[in-house]
Every structure is written in structure tokens, then in C-alpha cells.
Ligand binder design. Structure first.
Ligand code: BEZ
Length: 193
């Protein structure tokens, strides 16, 4: 996994079961968004506790129906975690749900191979992959510029200087200055790449 990751970010996400409706929409929608993940240097990898042959056969089903939900044929790897080894390691099996199926987990992994974010949804709720991209943007801004993103932030909105950067260092990093309605709330324009 680490070799495959190289110097990229990755989104690893689990789905409960092959040949199920919500999962089909999720994988296919993610495939359509792959160029957006690539722009952010982020690889995509899915996982369920099914076999390689089940994945392969389901992928051709998805290619047949993806037009129904603004999707695309699967264009990223799917892990066949038949023995649930990876699912157990990542805590993708929830004790209050079924013990033999994964819930809908998302992990953003950084190029340093560390987990940057986790999202967990129940089996009955399809995830919003625009939100995953927003999360990825936020994590990457923090890594690069030491800024945090406020509630409901969207790419291009103002951001917040993280508390770990003191005012002295902030002056060097953000020479155009910032707005501080409170000393701990320092608002700056979103840094450009
Ligand atoms: C689905 O993908 O549609 C699904 C899978 C497991 C439980 C509920 C829904």
C-alpha cells in the first residue's frame, strides 16, 4: 500500500457489499470525480470484503448503469478484503452494525503515510464526495500554509491562521496582514498555491 501510495495523498474508502445499490452509485460517482482527485495529487482505492472476481463482475454492472447517477466506469483499484484483515485494522467494521460487512468509512492518507482525516457513515447513507474533496483541500491547505478552514468553508473563502503560529511568525507568513475580531481569530485570504 505504501509503495502504491508513493508521494501522493490517498483516499481509501470502504463500502459494505458488492452488487448493492448505494455502493454502486458511490463508486461510480467517485470514478467520475477522479480528475478532481488527481488535480489534488490524491489516489483513490476502494475496499469491501468481497472477492476479486465479484469486484470484476460488479464493475461491469456499474459500467452499464453509471449514466443514471452522473457516474463513470470504475477507474481505480478495489481491494478484495475477503478475510476482513484490512477492514479490521482500519476499524471499518462497526460492532453495532453487521460484523461481516464494512460500514462506509473514508480515510485521507497523507504522503507521509499518516491518516489526516476519517469520516464514518452508516450503511444506509451514500457519501458526498464533493465533501471529501473539500476535506482534502482543507487538509492540504493546512499542510502547506498552516491555515485552518472555518465552518462550511468552500475553496476560495477566507481561512484562519492556526493557533500554533504566533503573531510574529504570522507577520512573515502573511505579509498582507489579517483581520482579528478576537486575538485568537485571525482571518486571512486563502493563500494561493
Ligand atoms: C447499499 O449499498 O445499497 C447498501 C448496502 C448495505 C446496506 C444498505 C445499503
Amino acid at each position: 500500500f505504501h509503495e502504491w501510495l508513493g508521494s501522493s495523498y490517498a483516499m481509501i474508502f470502504s463500502h459494505p457489499k458488492d452488487f448493492t445499490p448505494v455502493c454502486s452509485t458511490e463508486l461510480s460517482r467517485t470514478a467520475a470525480l477522479k480528475p478532481e482527485f488527481e488535480k489534488r495529487n490524491c489516489k483513490i482505492i476502494g475496499l469491501s470484503v468481497d472477492s476479486v472476481s465479484e469486484h470484476t463482475s460488479w464493475e461491469s454492472d456499474i459500467a452499464d448503469v453509471c449514466d443514471n447517477f452522473k457516474g463513470a466506469p470504475i477507474n481505480f483499484p478495489l481491494i478484495a478484503d475477503k478475510d476482513r484483515k484490512i477492514a479490521e485494522m482500519y476499524g471499518m467494521i462497526h460492532p453495532a452494525e453487521l460484523e461481516n460487512l464494512t460500514i462506509r468509512s473514508v480515510f485521507i492518507i497523507g504522503p507521509d503515510k499518516k491518516i489526516k482525516a476519517m469520516i464514518t457513515y452508516p450503511m444506509s447513507t451514500g457519501r458526498n464526495f464533493d465533501e471529501v474533496l473539500r476535506l482534502l483541500d482543507s487538509c492540504q491547505l493546512t499542510a502547506k500554509h498552516q491555515v485552518a478552514t472555518p465552518a462550511n468553508w468552500l475553496n476560495g473563502d477566507d481561512v484562519i491562521i492556526v493557533p500554533a503560529v504566533n503573531d510574529e511568525d504570522a507577520k512573515n507568513k502573511f505579509p498582507e496582514g489579517w483581520k482579528a475580531p478576537k486575538p485568537y481569530l485571525r482571518i486571512v485570504k486563502q493563500p494561493k498555491d
